[in-house]
Ligand binder design. Structure first.
Ligand code: BGP
Length: 464
């Protein structure tokens, strides 16, 4: 069967500033929470590898952009590091950062690769974190200044902007499950942090539109479809709906419909965890929905009604309402421990079509990582990552089906192009279709999947 995609489909990959740039303390960059946390607790990081050891995009961006071209990109997403542009989070702009991002944007455009720029990818400047980070409402205002500065500096050439990548992750990681700084467990704080992220996003969208910019602005969400263990068991169905409200609809409804889901509001009210909201906030959120939605998809969430009695924390936690469940017999990613469920991507796109006004969207991350070293390297140095090609094909087949049925999908970006540093997982999972050899000054080698991606994008589709 031939899977042919619409004309002008966006093909490419996604990355982020903190995971690729390097020069983490050079050229005027300020400290962010990752730099700080690594300094304080290096053992939290896989093999104790911290944010200083990236793929060095700061120096190698020209070479990398050529490789993007060679692997068939017509678009590429990265983020502007807040602490590079504003070393203190607010105040003086770092001119070296302006020069660097100008150079990257110009180089992409010169190579016919459209820059997609995200503003926040988990990288709170430490000067703001010291005052509470997203917990402090002042951070919302600092973020709006950061966003406005980016639109002013780069908006003449950047026409696709995103306010956040996966805003639920700093909430889960920093305030519930301890894989981001500040590494606390407190659901009330988690709710306030998430609320401020939503408000910051709406305010940035408002500014963008008021500036009469000529592009589009959206948000990137990791939508994790929540399936009940047994669709005929009302308790499982109810538990799955709660997980969906907390982890998906919290950000999806507020970004696309401009309002928070009623069941989530009721749940939070019952435990006295509603966030502090100021007059006018809800109107701002209502009036500033996104133009465009990025969907990151890696894995589904399987849910069953609560059976365990163990409590993860003294106060309320999302896990008080459901248990996660591993469905027997399912295909798993042996490297990451995640279920591989290709149809999940189709279910998300169908849901967006049926319940979210068929919002203009694209797949902004999808991919598979290998844990540990790349032991699939042949003696001659070639890298045969057929499993990655299969993974992408299987997901693209479902994206294709959704498009056939009317979903408004504009593109597909893989996570990621170059193997890169990934937060506390460092280089545990190598997702790139281009290998990066850290022992050899970051030498790049296109993997089999990178060559396949080029062929596929040249034909705007593939046979399977
Ligand atoms: C996404 C993030 C990326 C990247 C990716 C892989 O959630 O947007 O920043 O980290 O996941 O993550 P990991 O290496 O933890 O599997």
């Amino acid at each position: 069967m031939k899977y042919q995609f619409p004309e002008n489909f966006w093909w490419g990959s996604a990355a982020s500033g903190p995971q690729t740039e390097g020069v983490y303390e050079g050229d005027g960059k300020g400290q962010n929470i990752w730099d700080y946390w690594y300094e304080q607790e290096p053992t939290k990081f896989f093999h104790q590898v911290g944010p200083e050891k990236t793929s060095r995009f700061y120096e190698k961006y020209k070479e990398d952009i050529q490789l993007m071209k060679e692997t068939g990109h017509n678009s590429f997403r990265t983020s502007i590091q807040w602490s590079r542009l504003f070393p203190e989070g607010a105040g003086e702009v770092n001119q070296k950062a302006v020069d660097f991002y100008n150079a990257v944007i110009d180089e992409l455009i010169a190579n016919d690769i459209e820059p997609f720029i995200n503003l926040y990818h988990f990288d709170m400047p430490m000067a703001l974190q010291e005052k509470g980070g997203w917990l402090n409402r002042e951070t919302v205002e600092a973020y709006v200044v950061f966003a406005k500065t980016c639109f002013e500096l780069f908006g003449d050439r950047v026409k696709k902007w995103f306010t956040h990548n996966e805003p639920v992750v700093p909430v889960e990681g920093g305030y519930l499950y301890q894989f981001h700084y500040p590494n606390v467990v407190d659901m009330k704080k988690a709710v306030q942090v998430g609320y401020h992220e939503v408000l910051a996003s709406a305010k940035a969208i408002k500014v963008y539109h008021e500036m009469n910019q000529t592009g589009e602005i959206g948000i990137i969400l990791n939508l994790t479809p929540s399936y009940p263990r047994d669709e005929n068991n009302p308790e499982d169905v109810k538990a799955a709906a709660i997980a969906d409200a907390i982890f998906n609809r919290s950000f999806l409804d507020s970004s696309v419909k401009g309002e928070f889901p009623q069941d989530l509001i009721e749940l939070l009210r019952d435990i006295d965890h509603l966030p502090e909201i100021e007059t006018g906030d809800l109107e701002t959120i209502k009036e500033n929905a996104v133009d465009l939605l990025g969907v990151n998809y890696y894995q589904p969430r399987r849910i069953k009604a609560k059976e365990t009695t163990t409590k993860l924390a003294e106060g309320p936690m999302p896990d008080d309402y459901f248990d996660n469940y591993i469905m027997p017999g399912r295909k798993m990613n042996p490297y990451r421990g995640w279920e591989i469920y290709e149809k999940g991507i189709y279910d998300i796109l169908t849901n967006l079509r049926e319940n979210y006004g068929n919002i203009r969207c694209f797949i902004s991350e999808n991919g598979m990582g290998v844990e540990g070293e790349e032991d699939y390297i042949n003696a001659d140095g070639s890298i045969e990552d057929d499993y990655r090609i299969e993974f992408v094909k299987d997901h693209l087949a479902y994206v294709h089906q959704a498009i056939q049925e009317g979903s408004n999908v504009q593109g597909y970006h893989m996570w990621t192009c170059m193997d890169n540093w990934s937060w506390t997982n460092a280089y545990k999972n190598r997702y790139g279709f281009i290998a990066v050899d850290l022992e050899q000054e970051g030498k790049r080698t296109i993997k089999k999947s990178g060559r396949w991606f080029k062929e596929m994008t040249d034909q705007n589709g593939f046979n399977a």
